[in-house]
Design a protein. Structure first.
Ligand code: TA6
Length: 271
């Protein structure tokens, strides 16, 4: 199932209930802002290659669970939301999640579209009687006109783990990061505001709650090897993820943790 949302000014968002995955965001007067691979089969029971997959309770393979955890593989339930331009989805523990992760939880994903902004908030509630730990991310695939023209700002001097080389502690030297090869980095304690610059557009990515940020582009060989990635897809996407990885969240009974990512797009020139 898909939920479509429209703001009063004409911006729109689409969310697939499988994984509560936002798959399209079109601000008023601007083109599609999220990458979604044309080769991603709908209704395959797998997360789509694009949009905003929700990663919980384990980022990547940093633990015993299936890669990126189970939240992106399950169907979430839509809640009634009274607010215009807003939709809410929830996921509770069930037999399948308890079989691999023995904890009681309620996740709530709130998606809000307004003006030129999209906000996605993940709330994690511990509904059980024991403390649990988790890592999480909003694995946002931003659509770009061409990867050669993309620059990422805001990460200079931030420490990162480089998953391509395996180096555990690097320091970002660039003010303006260009992507010229496979990039897969976890920036720890990242600034809350990052910027994606293209020749005609600026996208601000503002995180709260998520301490870390992930920058990922698979580049050609890995992109070609992915069955669900469209041909040359790596040239039209970059993932800038709001994440909590380096220091897992420890959540006691009845506690709630919240993290959000707000994207704001604006055109900077007509060319
Ligand atoms: O967030 C970056 C990353 O962990 C990469 O290492 C890459 O594997 C990517 O996620 C996509 O993972 P997926 O399981 O969706 O193919």
């Amino acid at each position: 199932m898909i939920t479509s949302l429209q703001s009063e000014d004409g911006a729109s968002v689409q969310i697939v209930h499988h994984g509560a995955q936002v798959v399209s965001w079109i601000p008023a007067g601007l083109p599609e802002q999220l990458f979604l691979s044309k080769s991603a089969p709908l209704d395959s029971g797998k997360p789509l290659r694009g949009g905003v997959p929700v990663i919980f309770p384990q980022f990547s393979d940093l633990g015993p669970l299936t890669k990126h955890g189970f939240a992106r593989n399950l169907v979430w339930h839509e809640r009634v939301s009274e607010k215009p331009g807003q939709a809410e989805f929830e996921l509770r523990d069930n037999d399948a999640t308890r079989a691999v992760w023995p904890h009681a939880f309620l996740l709530v994903l709130t998606v809000t579209v307004s003006d030129a902004a999209l906000e996605v908030e993940l709330a994690v509630n511990n509904t059980g009687t024991t403390t649990f730990e988790f890592t999480a991310a909003l694995h946002t695939y931003l659509r770009v006109d061409h990867i050669d023209d993309v620059r990422v700002h805001g990460l200079r001097d931030t420490h990162y783990r480089d998953s391509v080389s395996g180096a555990a502690d690097c320091v970002e030297a660039e003010d303006s990061i260009a992507i010229r090869q496979q990039v897969d980095r976890v920036y720890m304690n990242a600034p809350s505001l990052l910027q994606l610059l293209q020749p005609t557009q600026q996208t601000d990515i503002c995180s709260t709650g998520f301490a870390d940020a992930v920058l990922w582009n698979p580049w050609r060989a890995l992109s070609d090897a992915m069955a669900d990635m469209e041909s040359g897809g790596f040239q039209r996407m970059v993932c800038l993820e709001s994440a909590v990885i380096a220091q897992p969240v420890r959540l006691g009974p009845a506690e709630c943790w919240r993290g959000s990512q707000r994207l704001h797009a604006r055109q900077t020139s007509d060319q």
